[in-house]
Write a protein that binds this ligand. Structure first.
Ligand code: M6R
Length: 620
Protein backbone atom coordinates (compact mmCIF):
# COMPACT_ATOMS: atom_id res chain seq x y z
CA UNK A 1 0.00 0.00 0.00
CA UNK A 2 1.21 3.50 -0.82
CA UNK A 3 -0.47 6.90 -0.72
CA UNK A 4 -0.60 9.33 -3.63
CA UNK A 5 -1.83 12.93 -3.90
CA UNK A 6 -2.11 15.24 -6.91
CA UNK A 7 -2.98 18.95 -6.88
CA UNK A 8 -3.86 21.42 -9.64
CA UNK A 9 -4.80 24.92 -8.46
CA UNK A 10 -3.58 28.37 -7.60
CA UNK A 11 -2.25 27.75 -4.08
CA UNK A 12 1.13 26.50 -2.79
CA UNK A 13 1.12 22.90 -4.09
CA UNK A 14 4.05 21.83 -1.89
CA UNK A 15 2.18 22.62 1.31
CA UNK A 16 -1.01 20.90 0.16
CA UNK A 17 0.81 17.82 -1.17
CA UNK A 18 3.00 17.26 1.90
CA UNK A 19 0.07 17.78 4.30
CA UNK A 20 -1.91 15.29 2.20
CA UNK A 21 0.92 12.76 2.42
CA UNK A 22 1.02 13.05 6.22
CA UNK A 23 -2.63 12.08 6.31
CA UNK A 24 -1.87 9.07 4.12
CA UNK A 25 1.12 7.86 6.12
CA UNK A 26 -1.03 5.06 7.50
CA UNK A 27 -0.65 3.56 4.01
CA UNK A 28 3.14 3.37 4.22
CA UNK A 29 6.10 5.42 5.28
CA UNK A 30 9.26 3.90 3.79
CA UNK A 31 9.99 6.96 1.67
CA UNK A 32 8.24 10.04 0.34
CA UNK A 33 8.55 12.29 -2.68
CA UNK A 34 7.05 15.22 -4.51
CA UNK A 35 7.24 16.76 -8.00
CA UNK A 36 5.95 20.19 -9.10
CA UNK A 37 6.07 22.34 -12.22
CA UNK A 38 8.15 25.47 -11.71
CA UNK A 39 7.38 28.83 -13.40
CA UNK A 40 9.22 27.70 -16.53
CA UNK A 41 7.05 24.60 -16.75
CA UNK A 42 9.92 22.26 -15.83
CA UNK A 43 9.42 19.32 -13.49
CA UNK A 44 11.34 19.69 -10.22
CA UNK A 45 11.28 16.98 -7.59
CA UNK A 46 12.56 15.97 -4.17
CA UNK A 47 12.43 12.48 -2.69
CA UNK A 48 13.76 10.93 0.46
CA UNK A 49 13.91 7.61 2.29
CA UNK A 50 11.90 7.63 5.51
CA UNK A 51 8.72 9.31 6.68
CA UNK A 52 7.14 12.45 5.24
CA UNK A 53 8.94 14.50 7.92
CA UNK A 54 12.26 13.53 6.33
CA UNK A 55 10.98 14.89 3.03
CA UNK A 56 9.78 18.13 4.60
CA UNK A 57 13.24 18.61 6.13
CA UNK A 58 14.75 18.27 2.64
CA UNK A 59 12.18 20.76 1.34
CA UNK A 60 13.16 23.27 4.04
CA UNK A 61 16.75 23.14 2.85
CA UNK A 62 15.97 22.90 -0.88
CA UNK A 63 12.53 24.47 -1.33
CA UNK A 64 10.26 23.93 -4.30
CA UNK A 65 7.57 26.31 -5.48
CA UNK A 66 4.66 25.62 -7.79
CA UNK A 67 0.88 25.34 -7.93
CA UNK A 68 0.60 21.97 -9.66
CA UNK A 69 2.21 18.74 -8.53
CA UNK A 70 2.08 15.12 -7.41
CA UNK A 71 3.35 13.33 -4.30
CA UNK A 72 3.77 9.87 -2.81
CA UNK A 73 4.36 8.04 0.46
CA UNK A 74 5.69 4.53 -0.05
CA UNK A 75 5.07 1.03 1.29
CA UNK A 76 7.83 -0.82 -0.51
CA UNK A 77 7.09 -3.82 -2.68
CA UNK A 78 9.70 -3.83 -5.47
CA UNK A 79 13.05 -2.43 -4.46
CA UNK A 80 14.36 -1.61 -1.00
CA UNK A 81 13.31 1.64 0.66
CA UNK A 82 15.92 4.22 -0.41
CA UNK A 83 16.06 7.65 -2.06
CA UNK A 84 16.35 6.25 -5.59
CA UNK A 85 13.38 3.91 -5.29
CA UNK A 86 11.25 6.66 -3.75
CA UNK A 87 8.58 8.12 -6.07
CA UNK A 88 8.10 10.11 -8.26
CA UNK A 89 9.75 8.16 -11.06
CA UNK A 90 10.80 9.84 -14.28
CA UNK A 91 11.25 8.95 -17.93
CA UNK A 92 14.64 9.12 -19.72
CA UNK A 93 14.41 12.87 -20.40
CA UNK A 94 12.92 13.84 -16.99
CA UNK A 95 9.90 15.26 -18.79
CA UNK A 96 7.39 12.88 -17.23
CA UNK A 97 6.82 12.19 -13.52
CA UNK A 98 4.72 9.35 -12.13
CA UNK A 99 3.54 8.35 -8.66
CA UNK A 100 1.95 4.94 -8.24
CA UNK A 101 0.16 2.83 -5.66
CA UNK A 102 -0.11 -0.85 -6.52
CA UNK A 103 1.97 -3.59 -8.08
CA UNK A 104 2.80 -3.99 -11.76
CA UNK A 105 3.01 -7.76 -12.08
CA UNK A 106 4.47 -7.80 -15.60
CA UNK A 107 6.99 -5.04 -14.90
CA UNK A 108 10.02 -7.24 -15.58
CA UNK A 109 8.96 -8.20 -19.10
CA UNK A 110 7.98 -4.58 -19.84
CA UNK A 111 11.27 -3.33 -18.42
CA UNK A 112 13.28 -5.84 -20.49
CA UNK A 113 11.63 -4.77 -23.73
CA UNK A 114 11.85 -1.04 -22.89
CA UNK A 115 15.59 -1.48 -22.24
CA UNK A 116 15.96 -3.16 -25.63
CA UNK A 117 14.15 -0.15 -27.12
CA UNK A 118 16.78 2.10 -25.52
CA UNK A 119 15.17 3.31 -22.28
CA UNK A 120 17.41 3.83 -19.25
CA UNK A 121 16.13 2.86 -15.83
CA UNK A 122 17.30 4.43 -12.59
CA UNK A 123 15.45 2.43 -9.91
CA UNK A 124 14.53 -1.15 -8.96
CA UNK A 125 10.84 -0.34 -8.83
CA UNK A 126 7.99 -1.71 -10.89
CA UNK A 127 6.59 1.84 -11.14
CA UNK A 128 9.37 3.20 -13.32
CA UNK A 129 8.10 1.20 -16.32
CA UNK A 130 4.98 3.40 -16.30
CA UNK A 131 7.05 6.58 -16.81
CA UNK A 132 8.93 4.96 -19.71
CA UNK A 133 5.77 3.54 -21.27
CA UNK A 134 4.14 7.00 -21.20
CA UNK A 135 7.33 8.38 -22.77
CA UNK A 136 7.13 5.71 -25.48
CA UNK A 137 3.49 6.49 -26.32
CA UNK A 138 3.59 10.29 -25.96
CA UNK A 139 2.76 12.09 -29.20
CA UNK A 140 1.63 15.45 -27.84
CA UNK A 141 -1.36 14.22 -25.76
CA UNK A 142 -0.61 13.02 -22.22
CA UNK A 143 -4.07 11.59 -21.59
CA UNK A 144 -3.78 9.48 -24.73
CA UNK A 145 -0.27 8.32 -23.81
CA UNK A 146 -1.42 7.27 -20.32
CA UNK A 147 -4.37 5.41 -21.83
CA UNK A 148 -2.05 3.48 -24.12
CA UNK A 149 0.45 2.85 -21.32
CA UNK A 150 -2.04 1.43 -18.82
CA UNK A 151 -3.34 -1.00 -21.43
CA UNK A 152 0.11 -2.63 -21.27
CA UNK A 153 0.02 -3.09 -17.49
CA UNK A 154 -0.98 -6.19 -15.53
CA UNK A 155 -1.54 -5.93 -11.80
CA UNK A 156 -2.90 -3.02 -9.83
CA UNK A 157 -2.37 0.69 -10.02
CA UNK A 158 -3.58 4.12 -9.03
CA UNK A 159 -1.36 6.69 -10.72
CA UNK A 160 -0.86 10.41 -11.15
CA UNK A 161 1.18 11.51 -14.15
CA UNK A 162 2.50 14.91 -15.24
CA UNK A 163 4.32 15.96 -18.42
CA UNK A 164 6.58 18.96 -19.04
CA UNK A 165 4.71 19.80 -22.26
CA UNK A 166 1.36 20.00 -20.47
CA UNK A 167 2.14 21.95 -17.30
CA UNK A 168 -1.51 22.77 -16.58
CA UNK A 169 -2.80 19.27 -15.83
CA UNK A 170 -2.42 15.90 -14.13
CA UNK A 171 -3.65 12.62 -15.52
CA UNK A 172 -4.81 9.84 -13.18
CA UNK A 173 -5.81 6.22 -13.76
CA UNK A 174 -6.88 3.32 -11.64
CA UNK A 175 -7.13 -0.47 -11.57
CA UNK A 176 -7.68 -2.29 -8.27
CA UNK A 177 -5.99 0.43 -6.16
CA UNK A 178 -8.06 3.29 -4.74
CA UNK A 179 -8.20 6.72 -6.35
CA UNK A 180 -10.55 9.60 -5.66
CA UNK A 181 -11.00 13.04 -7.21
CA UNK A 182 -11.56 16.03 -4.95
CA UNK A 183 -13.52 18.72 -6.78
CA UNK A 184 -12.79 22.25 -5.56
CA UNK A 185 -13.25 25.85 -6.71
CA UNK A 186 -10.34 26.83 -8.93
CA UNK A 187 -8.54 23.70 -7.76
CA UNK A 188 -8.87 19.95 -8.15
CA UNK A 189 -7.23 17.00 -6.44
CA UNK A 190 -6.43 13.34 -6.88
CA UNK A 191 -5.70 11.11 -3.89
CA UNK A 192 -5.63 7.55 -2.61
CA UNK A 193 -7.97 8.40 0.22
CA UNK A 194 -10.27 11.18 1.36
CA UNK A 195 -8.32 12.42 4.45
CA UNK A 196 -5.56 13.72 2.17
CA UNK A 197 -7.83 16.41 0.74
CA UNK A 198 -10.70 16.79 3.20
CA UNK A 199 -9.29 20.07 4.48
CA UNK A 200 -9.91 21.63 1.03
CA UNK A 201 -13.01 19.98 -0.38
CA UNK A 202 -15.79 17.61 0.60
CA UNK A 203 -16.96 16.99 -2.96
CA UNK A 204 -15.58 13.63 -3.99
CA UNK A 205 -15.75 11.53 -7.14
CA UNK A 206 -14.75 7.89 -6.79
CA UNK A 207 -12.65 6.71 -9.73
CA UNK A 208 -13.52 3.20 -10.91
CA UNK A 209 -11.34 0.51 -12.46
CA UNK A 210 -10.45 1.28 -16.06
CA UNK A 211 -11.11 5.02 -15.79
CA UNK A 212 -8.71 7.76 -16.89
CA UNK A 213 -8.98 11.15 -15.19
CA UNK A 214 -7.78 14.48 -16.58
CA UNK A 215 -7.76 17.43 -14.14
CA UNK A 216 -6.77 21.05 -14.57
CA UNK A 217 -7.62 24.08 -12.46
CA UNK A 218 -11.18 24.33 -13.70
CA UNK A 219 -12.11 21.01 -15.22
CA UNK A 220 -12.37 17.36 -14.29
CA UNK A 221 -13.00 14.81 -17.02
CA UNK A 222 -13.29 11.07 -16.66
CA UNK A 223 -13.11 8.70 -19.61
CA UNK A 224 -12.94 4.96 -20.09
CA UNK A 225 -10.10 3.04 -21.73
CA UNK A 226 -11.72 3.56 -25.14
CA UNK A 227 -11.72 7.33 -24.64
CA UNK A 228 -15.49 7.63 -24.14
CA UNK A 229 -16.50 10.29 -21.62
CA UNK A 230 -18.15 9.20 -18.35
CA UNK A 231 -20.33 11.74 -16.53
CA UNK A 232 -19.83 11.54 -12.77
CA UNK A 233 -21.36 13.84 -10.17
CA UNK A 234 -19.40 14.51 -6.96
CA UNK A 235 -20.70 13.09 -3.69
CA UNK A 236 -20.67 15.27 -0.57
CA UNK A 237 -18.66 13.78 2.33
CA UNK A 238 -19.67 14.82 5.82
CA UNK A 239 -16.82 13.17 7.77
CA UNK A 240 -14.52 15.06 10.10
CA UNK A 241 -10.77 14.59 9.70
CA UNK A 242 -10.43 12.09 12.57
CA UNK A 243 -13.11 9.88 11.07
CA UNK A 244 -11.64 10.19 7.62
CA UNK A 245 -8.23 8.81 8.52
CA UNK A 246 -10.00 5.70 9.57
CA UNK A 247 -11.93 5.65 6.31
CA UNK A 248 -15.18 6.32 8.15
CA UNK A 249 -14.62 3.45 10.62
CA UNK A 250 -14.62 4.23 14.32
CA UNK A 251 -11.29 2.49 14.90
CA UNK A 252 -8.31 1.31 12.87
CA UNK A 253 -8.97 -2.22 14.12
CA UNK A 254 -12.44 -2.22 12.54
CA UNK A 255 -11.08 -0.70 9.34
CA UNK A 256 -8.39 -3.37 9.18
CA UNK A 257 -10.93 -6.15 9.80
CA UNK A 258 -12.95 -4.86 6.85
CA UNK A 259 -9.83 -4.62 4.65
CA UNK A 260 -9.32 -8.39 4.75
CA UNK A 261 -11.09 -9.31 1.50
CA UNK A 262 -8.88 -6.81 -0.34
CA UNK A 263 -5.73 -8.13 1.34
CA UNK A 264 -6.46 -11.72 0.35
CA UNK A 265 -7.38 -10.59 -3.16
CA UNK A 266 -4.03 -8.87 -3.41
CA UNK A 267 -2.23 -12.01 -2.25
CA UNK A 268 -4.08 -14.01 -4.89
CA UNK A 269 -3.24 -11.46 -7.61
CA UNK A 270 0.39 -11.33 -6.58
CA UNK A 271 0.99 -15.05 -6.05
CA UNK A 272 -1.21 -17.00 -8.43
CA UNK A 273 -1.00 -16.89 -12.18
CA UNK A 274 -1.77 -19.61 -14.72
CA UNK A 275 -2.80 -21.95 -11.89
CA UNK A 276 0.73 -21.78 -10.45
CA UNK A 277 2.01 -20.24 -7.26
CA UNK A 278 4.87 -17.75 -7.47
CA UNK A 279 7.10 -16.51 -4.67
CA UNK A 280 9.48 -14.32 -6.65
CA UNK A 281 11.36 -12.97 -3.62
CA UNK A 282 11.77 -16.40 -1.94
CA UNK A 283 15.49 -16.84 -2.75
CA UNK A 284 15.79 -20.35 -1.29
CA UNK A 285 16.45 -23.00 -3.94
CA UNK A 286 13.63 -25.42 -4.62
CA UNK A 287 16.11 -28.27 -3.97
CA UNK A 288 16.81 -26.95 -0.50
CA UNK A 289 13.09 -26.79 0.24
CA UNK A 290 12.45 -30.33 -0.98
CA UNK A 291 15.44 -31.62 0.95
CA UNK A 292 14.19 -30.33 4.33
CA UNK A 293 13.46 -33.34 6.54
CA UNK A 294 11.48 -31.31 9.02
CA UNK A 295 10.03 -27.85 9.41
CA UNK A 296 10.02 -25.66 12.52
CA UNK A 297 7.67 -22.67 12.63
CA UNK A 298 8.63 -19.97 15.10
CA UNK A 299 6.75 -16.76 15.95
CA UNK A 300 5.06 -14.76 18.73
CA UNK A 301 1.47 -13.90 19.59
CA UNK A 302 -0.91 -13.83 16.69
CA UNK A 303 1.86 -14.76 14.24
CA UNK A 304 2.46 -17.88 16.35
CA UNK A 305 -1.21 -18.81 16.00
CA UNK A 306 -0.89 -18.47 12.23
CA UNK A 307 2.23 -20.64 12.46
CA UNK A 308 0.41 -23.29 14.49
CA UNK A 309 -2.27 -23.40 11.81
CA UNK A 310 0.58 -23.74 9.30
CA UNK A 311 1.66 -26.91 11.11
CA UNK A 312 -1.74 -28.48 10.38
CA UNK A 313 -1.62 -27.34 6.76
CA UNK A 314 1.92 -28.44 5.98
CA UNK A 315 1.70 -31.79 7.73
CA UNK A 316 -1.54 -32.70 6.03
CA UNK A 317 -0.52 -31.84 2.48
CA UNK A 318 3.28 -32.19 2.40
CA UNK A 319 3.60 -35.14 4.80
CA UNK A 320 6.62 -33.48 6.43
CA UNK A 321 7.01 -33.40 10.22
CA UNK A 322 6.34 -29.86 11.43
CA UNK A 323 6.48 -28.32 14.87
CA UNK A 324 5.51 -24.84 15.91
CA UNK A 325 6.98 -22.95 18.81
CA UNK A 326 6.85 -19.51 20.35
CA UNK A 327 10.09 -17.64 19.64
CA UNK A 328 10.85 -16.99 23.30
CA UNK A 329 10.69 -20.74 24.10
CA UNK A 330 12.47 -21.91 20.98
CA UNK A 331 15.63 -19.94 21.52
CA UNK A 332 16.25 -20.97 25.12
CA UNK A 333 15.60 -24.69 24.91
CA UNK A 334 18.43 -26.02 22.74
CA UNK A 335 16.11 -26.88 19.82
CA UNK A 336 16.97 -29.75 17.52
CA UNK A 337 17.46 -27.84 14.29
CA UNK A 338 20.26 -28.36 11.81
CA UNK A 339 20.97 -28.22 8.08
CA UNK A 340 18.06 -30.59 7.43
CA UNK A 341 15.55 -28.22 9.04
CA UNK A 342 13.61 -25.48 7.32
CA UNK A 343 12.80 -22.85 9.95
CA UNK A 344 9.88 -20.57 9.08
CA UNK A 345 9.77 -17.39 11.15
CA UNK A 346 6.56 -15.37 10.96
CA UNK A 347 6.27 -11.72 11.91
CA UNK A 348 4.04 -8.84 10.89
CA UNK A 349 6.49 -6.13 11.92
CA UNK A 350 9.68 -8.02 11.12
CA UNK A 351 11.22 -6.44 14.22
CA UNK A 352 10.00 -8.63 17.09
CA UNK A 353 13.07 -9.17 19.27
CA UNK A 354 12.28 -12.75 20.32
CA UNK A 355 11.64 -13.85 16.73
CA UNK A 356 14.77 -12.11 15.49
CA UNK A 357 16.81 -13.88 18.17
CA UNK A 358 15.22 -17.24 17.23
CA UNK A 359 16.07 -16.60 13.57
CA UNK A 360 19.72 -15.93 14.46
CA UNK A 361 19.81 -19.04 16.64
CA UNK A 362 18.42 -21.17 13.81
CA UNK A 363 20.94 -19.81 11.30
CA UNK A 364 23.77 -20.44 13.76
CA UNK A 365 22.67 -24.07 13.72
CA UNK A 366 22.88 -24.15 9.91
CA UNK A 367 19.13 -24.32 9.30
CA UNK A 368 17.70 -22.47 6.30
CA UNK A 369 15.43 -19.68 7.54
CA UNK A 370 12.42 -18.50 5.58
CA UNK A 371 10.61 -15.37 6.85
CA UNK A 372 6.92 -14.73 6.30
CA UNK A 373 6.80 -11.05 6.97
CA UNK A 374 4.72 -7.95 6.26
CA UNK A 375 7.29 -5.18 6.37
CA UNK A 376 9.78 -4.89 3.55
CA UNK A 377 13.28 -3.96 4.64
CA UNK A 378 12.63 -5.06 8.26
CA UNK A 379 15.37 -6.83 10.24
CA UNK A 380 13.68 -10.25 10.03
CA UNK A 381 13.18 -9.92 6.25
CA UNK A 382 16.80 -8.86 5.77
CA UNK A 383 18.44 -11.48 7.98
CA UNK A 384 16.55 -14.52 6.72
CA UNK A 385 17.81 -16.72 3.87
CA UNK A 386 14.55 -16.18 2.02
CA UNK A 387 11.40 -14.18 2.52
CA UNK A 388 7.78 -14.17 1.47
CA UNK A 389 6.01 -10.85 2.00
CA UNK A 390 2.39 -10.98 3.10
CA UNK A 391 1.25 -7.74 1.40
CA UNK A 392 -1.26 -6.88 4.13
CA UNK A 393 -0.38 -3.17 4.01
CA UNK A 394 0.36 -1.16 7.16
CA UNK A 395 -1.44 -2.46 10.24
CA UNK A 396 -2.01 0.37 12.72
CA UNK A 397 -4.18 -1.19 15.45
CA UNK A 398 -2.12 -3.04 18.06
CA UNK A 399 -4.49 -6.02 17.84
CA UNK A 400 -3.43 -7.84 14.71
CA UNK A 401 -6.24 -8.78 12.31
CA UNK A 402 -5.50 -8.45 8.61
CA UNK A 403 -1.85 -9.40 9.14
CA UNK A 404 -3.07 -12.69 10.70
CA UNK A 405 -5.30 -13.68 7.77
CA UNK A 406 -2.57 -12.58 5.35
CA UNK A 407 -0.14 -14.90 7.18
CA UNK A 408 -2.68 -17.73 6.97
CA UNK A 409 -3.24 -17.11 3.26
CA UNK A 410 0.50 -17.06 2.62
CA UNK A 411 0.96 -20.30 4.55
CA UNK A 412 -1.79 -21.94 2.51
CA UNK A 413 -0.09 -21.00 -0.73
CA UNK A 414 3.31 -22.04 0.62
CA UNK A 415 1.82 -25.41 1.61
CA UNK A 416 0.47 -25.99 -1.88
CA UNK A 417 3.76 -24.79 -3.39
CA UNK A 418 5.67 -27.30 -1.23
CA UNK A 419 3.15 -30.03 -2.02
CA UNK A 420 3.85 -29.50 -5.69
CA UNK A 421 7.63 -29.56 -5.18
CA UNK A 422 7.42 -32.69 -3.06
CA UNK A 423 4.79 -34.32 -5.30
CA UNK A 424 2.76 -35.01 -2.18
CA UNK A 425 -0.42 -33.80 -3.92
CA UNK A 426 -1.46 -34.34 -7.51
CA UNK A 427 -1.50 -31.40 -9.95
CA UNK A 428 -5.31 -31.80 -10.19
CA UNK A 429 -5.78 -31.63 -6.43
CA UNK A 430 -3.60 -28.51 -6.19
CA UNK A 431 -5.59 -26.89 -8.98
CA UNK A 432 -8.84 -27.80 -7.26
CA UNK A 433 -7.62 -26.33 -3.93
CA UNK A 434 -6.37 -23.17 -5.64
CA UNK A 435 -9.78 -22.69 -7.20
CA UNK A 436 -11.38 -22.98 -3.75
CA UNK A 437 -8.79 -20.57 -2.39
CA UNK A 438 -9.70 -17.97 -5.00
CA UNK A 439 -13.25 -17.85 -3.57
CA UNK A 440 -12.03 -16.67 -0.16
CA UNK A 441 -12.23 -12.89 -0.83
CA UNK A 442 -15.88 -13.10 -1.83
CA UNK A 443 -16.70 -15.36 1.14
CA UNK A 444 -14.95 -12.87 3.43
CA UNK A 445 -16.93 -10.00 1.91
CA UNK A 446 -20.15 -11.98 2.32
CA UNK A 447 -19.33 -12.67 5.98
CA UNK A 448 -18.36 -9.06 6.69
CA UNK A 449 -21.46 -7.68 4.97
CA UNK A 450 -23.55 -9.39 7.67
CA UNK A 451 -21.82 -7.36 10.37
CA UNK A 452 -21.25 -3.95 8.81
CA UNK A 453 -24.28 -2.17 10.17
CA UNK A 454 -24.50 -0.85 13.70
CA UNK A 455 -26.55 -3.10 15.95
CA UNK A 456 -25.53 -6.27 14.10
CA UNK A 457 -25.78 -9.65 15.84
CA UNK A 458 -22.22 -9.77 17.14
CA UNK A 459 -22.48 -6.22 18.54
CA UNK A 460 -25.70 -7.31 20.22
CA UNK A 461 -24.05 -10.40 21.77
CA UNK A 462 -21.28 -8.15 23.11
CA UNK A 463 -23.88 -5.92 24.75
CA UNK A 464 -25.51 -8.95 26.35
CA UNK A 465 -22.12 -10.12 27.59
CA UNK A 466 -21.43 -6.83 29.33
CA UNK A 467 -24.78 -6.98 31.13
CA UNK A 468 -24.12 -10.61 32.07
CA UNK A 469 -20.60 -9.78 33.26
CA UNK A 470 -21.89 -7.06 35.53
CA UNK A 471 -24.66 -9.30 36.85
CA UNK A 472 -22.14 -12.05 37.58
CA UNK A 473 -20.07 -9.55 39.63
CA UNK A 474 -17.29 -9.82 37.02
CA UNK A 475 -17.07 -13.61 37.36
CA UNK A 476 -17.87 -14.14 33.67
CA UNK A 477 -15.06 -14.93 31.30
CA UNK A 478 -14.53 -16.49 27.88
CA UNK A 479 -13.48 -19.98 26.93
CA UNK A 480 -12.79 -20.72 23.26
CA UNK A 481 -13.05 -24.32 22.08
CA UNK A 482 -12.20 -25.77 18.70
CA UNK A 483 -10.53 -28.80 17.16
CA UNK A 484 -7.99 -29.62 14.51
CA UNK A 485 -7.05 -26.83 12.08
CA UNK A 486 -9.28 -24.36 13.96
CA UNK A 487 -7.73 -25.03 17.37
CA UNK A 488 -5.17 -22.21 16.78
CA UNK A 489 -8.13 -19.95 15.99
CA UNK A 490 -9.46 -20.70 19.50
CA UNK A 491 -6.14 -19.42 20.88
CA UNK A 492 -6.29 -16.40 18.57
CA UNK A 493 -9.90 -15.55 19.49
CA UNK A 494 -8.97 -15.63 23.17
CA UNK A 495 -5.84 -13.53 22.64
CA UNK A 496 -7.78 -10.94 20.65
CA UNK A 497 -10.41 -10.66 23.33
CA UNK A 498 -8.09 -10.41 26.31
CA UNK A 499 -5.68 -7.93 24.73
CA UNK A 500 -8.32 -5.30 23.99
CA UNK A 501 -11.07 -5.96 26.54
CA UNK A 502 -8.91 -7.07 29.53
CA UNK A 503 -11.34 -9.91 30.26
CA UNK A 504 -9.99 -13.33 31.01
CA UNK A 505 -10.16 -15.60 27.96
CA UNK A 506 -8.63 -19.01 27.29
CA UNK A 507 -8.38 -21.06 24.14
CA UNK A 508 -8.41 -24.86 24.31
CA UNK A 509 -8.50 -27.82 21.98
CA UNK A 510 -12.07 -28.96 22.68
CA UNK A 511 -10.93 -32.57 23.28
CA UNK A 512 -8.85 -31.35 26.21
CA UNK A 513 -11.84 -29.86 28.00
CA UNK A 514 -12.55 -33.07 29.88
CA UNK A 515 -8.96 -33.08 31.17
CA UNK A 516 -9.36 -29.93 33.25
CA UNK A 517 -11.18 -26.87 31.92
CA UNK A 518 -14.56 -28.55 32.31
CA UNK A 519 -14.17 -27.83 36.03
CA UNK A 520 -14.61 -24.15 35.17
CA UNK A 521 -18.02 -24.64 33.58
CA UNK A 522 -20.98 -23.32 35.51
CA UNK A 523 -23.30 -20.45 34.58
CA UNK A 524 -20.43 -17.93 34.41
CA UNK A 525 -18.32 -18.66 31.34
CA UNK A 526 -19.29 -17.79 27.80
CA UNK A 527 -17.99 -20.64 25.72
CA UNK A 528 -17.23 -19.83 22.09
CA UNK A 529 -17.45 -23.12 20.18
CA UNK A 530 -16.18 -23.32 16.61
CA UNK A 531 -18.57 -25.94 15.25
CA UNK A 532 -18.55 -25.46 11.50
CA UNK A 533 -18.85 -28.46 9.17
CA UNK A 534 -15.62 -30.46 9.43
CA UNK A 535 -14.17 -33.89 10.23
CA UNK A 536 -14.57 -33.14 13.92
CA UNK A 537 -18.05 -31.63 13.70
CA UNK A 538 -19.74 -34.49 15.62
CA UNK A 539 -17.11 -34.27 18.37
CA UNK A 540 -17.71 -30.52 18.68
CA UNK A 541 -21.44 -31.15 19.02
CA UNK A 542 -20.69 -33.45 21.95
CA UNK A 543 -18.49 -30.79 23.54
CA UNK A 544 -21.30 -28.23 23.19
CA UNK A 545 -23.68 -30.63 24.92
CA UNK A 546 -21.21 -31.09 27.76
CA UNK A 547 -21.01 -27.30 28.23
CA UNK A 548 -24.78 -26.88 28.06
CA UNK A 549 -25.34 -29.70 30.57
CA UNK A 550 -23.30 -27.71 33.11
CA UNK A 551 -25.05 -24.40 32.58
CA UNK A 552 -22.43 -22.64 30.37
CA UNK A 553 -23.49 -20.03 27.83
CA UNK A 554 -22.67 -21.26 24.32
CA UNK A 555 -21.87 -18.97 21.41
CA UNK A 556 -21.55 -21.32 18.45
CA UNK A 557 -19.88 -20.47 15.17
CA UNK A 558 -21.66 -22.69 12.67
CA UNK A 559 -21.97 -23.22 8.94
CA UNK A 560 -24.85 -21.30 7.34
CA UNK A 561 -27.79 -23.62 6.83
CA UNK A 562 -26.85 -26.06 9.60
CA UNK A 563 -30.32 -26.32 11.14
CA UNK A 564 -29.68 -29.53 13.07
CA UNK A 565 -27.11 -27.99 15.41
CA UNK A 566 -29.74 -25.53 16.61
CA UNK A 567 -31.47 -28.38 18.44
CA UNK A 568 -28.63 -28.17 20.99
CA UNK A 569 -30.31 -25.02 22.34
CA UNK A 570 -27.37 -22.78 21.62
CA UNK A 571 -27.53 -19.42 23.38
CA UNK A 572 -26.05 -17.43 20.52
CA UNK A 573 -25.29 -18.33 16.92
CA UNK A 574 -22.85 -16.84 14.44
CA UNK A 575 -23.04 -18.44 11.04
CA UNK A 576 -20.46 -18.29 8.28
CA UNK A 577 -20.73 -19.40 4.65
CA UNK A 578 -19.77 -22.96 3.76
CA UNK A 579 -16.06 -23.29 2.97
CA UNK A 580 -13.54 -26.13 2.54
CA UNK A 581 -12.46 -27.19 6.05
CA UNK A 582 -8.80 -26.62 5.18
CA UNK A 583 -9.44 -22.93 4.40
CA UNK A 584 -12.03 -22.32 7.12
CA UNK A 585 -9.64 -20.64 9.65
CA UNK A 586 -9.43 -17.49 7.49
CA UNK A 587 -13.20 -17.09 7.45
CA UNK A 588 -13.74 -18.05 11.08
CA UNK A 589 -11.17 -15.43 12.16
CA UNK A 590 -13.65 -12.71 11.17
CA UNK A 591 -16.35 -13.28 13.83
CA UNK A 592 -13.63 -13.90 16.43
CA UNK A 593 -12.08 -10.52 15.65
CA UNK A 594 -15.45 -8.78 15.58
CA UNK A 595 -16.55 -10.29 18.88
CA UNK A 596 -13.36 -9.05 20.56
CA UNK A 597 -13.83 -5.64 18.97
CA UNK A 598 -17.44 -5.21 20.05
CA UNK A 599 -16.84 -6.46 23.60
CA UNK A 600 -13.99 -3.95 24.02
CA UNK A 601 -16.19 -1.22 22.56
CA UNK A 602 -19.01 -2.04 25.00
CA UNK A 603 -16.56 -1.55 27.86
CA UNK A 604 -15.33 1.71 26.35
CA UNK A 605 -11.66 0.75 26.14
CA UNK A 606 -8.98 2.22 23.89
CA UNK A 607 -9.29 -0.40 21.18
CA UNK A 608 -6.47 0.68 18.89
CA UNK A 609 -3.92 1.20 21.66
CA UNK A 610 -4.68 -1.18 24.53
CA UNK A 611 -2.86 -0.72 27.81
CA UNK A 612 0.63 -2.18 28.33
CA UNK A 613 1.02 -3.31 24.70
CA UNK A 614 3.08 -2.11 21.76
CA UNK A 615 2.61 -2.81 18.07
CA UNK A 616 6.16 -3.97 17.64
CA UNK A 617 7.81 -5.66 20.61
CA UNK A 618 11.51 -4.95 20.23
CA UNK A 619 12.51 -5.98 23.74
CA UNK A 620 13.07 -9.55 24.92
O1 M6R B 1 5.15 -8.18 14.57
P1 M6R B 1 4.95 -9.61 15.01
O2 M6R B 1 4.01 -10.35 14.13
O3 M6R B 1 6.25 -10.34 15.16
O4 M6R B 1 4.29 -9.49 16.44
C1 M6R B 1 4.05 -10.62 17.22
C2 M6R B 1 3.15 -10.30 18.38
O5 M6R B 1 3.73 -9.31 19.19
C3 M6R B 1 1.77 -9.81 17.92
O6 M6R B 1 1.15 -10.73 17.08
C4 M6R B 1 0.85 -9.55 19.13
O7 M6R B 1 0.53 -10.75 19.76
C5 M6R B 1 -0.42 -8.80 18.67
N1 M6R B 1 -0.66 -7.68 19.51
C6 M6R B 1 -1.62 -9.66 18.66
O8 M6R B 1 -2.77 -8.99 18.28
Amino acid sequence: MCGIVGYVGRKDAVDILTKGLKRLEYRGYDSAGIAVFNDAGEILFRKKKGKVNELTQVLEKEPLAGTIGISHTRWSTHGVPNDVNAHPHLDCKSEIAVVHNGIIENFQELKDSLIIEGHNFASDTDTEVIAHLVEKFYEGNLEEAVRKAVKELRGSYAICVMHKNEPDRIIGARLDSPLIIGVGKDENFLASDIPAILEYTRDIVYVKNGEIVNIDVENVTVKNLDGARIEKAPERIEWDIGQAEKGGFSHFMLKEIFEQPEVIKKIINTRISDDSIHFDELKIDEDELVKARNIAIVACGTAYHAGLTGKYMLEEYTRTPVWADTSSEFRYRDPIVNKDTLVIVISQSGETADTLAALREARKRNAKVLAICNVLGSSIARESDGVIFTHAGPEIAVASTKAYTAQLATLYLFTLYMAKLKCSLSEEKIKELLNEFKNIPSLLSETLSRYEVEGNEIAHYARDFKAYYEKSHTKSFFLYLARNINYPNALEGALKLKEISYISAEGYPAGEMKHGPIALIDENPWVICIATKSRTYEKMRSNIQEVKARGGIVVAIITTGDESIKSLKLNYIIDIPEIHEFFSPILIAIPLQLLAYYVAREFGYDIDQPRNLAKSVTVE
